[in-house]
Design a protein around this ligand. Sequence first.
Ligand code: CA
Length: 234
Amino acid sequence: MGDGPILARRVLLVEDEESLVITLRDRLLSEGYEVEAVGDGDTATERGTRGQFDLVILDVALPRKSGFDVCRDLRQRGVQTPIIMLTARGQVIDRILGLKLGADDYLTKPFEMAELLARIEALLRRARTLSASASDAYAFGAVQVDFRSAVVRRDGQPVDVSGLEFKLLRYFVERRGALLSRDELLEKVWGYDAMPVTRTVDVHVASLRQKLERNPSKPEFFITVHGLGYKFIG
Ligand code: CA
């Protein structure tokens, strides 16, 4: 077992037509995907919600619950997994409805296997780009943080922050909403416990407020939780 790119990408295949399931599964397996196949809408919703899939291939016409309902339910439950819908030939209305309900792409039956594989690759590539950019940048108020280039901007203008301030800001953003004690911040951001002067934390938080808050004396983002520590609300 490895991680990163070595890990096989997992596909949930939702299709009730047995011969098509066999064809698709064999081909996907030979392309290096892991495949779980289910044949009805209820099971698809359940597996799509609980299983950790990288992509869902979703037929529209299914027993018990249509692919449209599965798609809508997954999105309503907060599932972000890319969904490619398989629609019947010429059903333009199906394609529009599918995309409206949160599907990312659609393919009309019958389709070429190569076409499906190309669409899958494109969707997975897009999903990777989106998740990478989400963790590489963060914005709150008028502030934009680019973690990769370590640049902080306020109203589009670069803000001069020290290395420690940047580390502290990053820790705040990663733990946004959580109560962070001064001891935790010292340990995680400063990384040593020699001379644990908790006042150091206060000085750096005050400096971040000065640089990034609209009104540093009435902070909106770097909040003091009296007697306990700090909380970042972004
Ligand atoms: Ca079907």
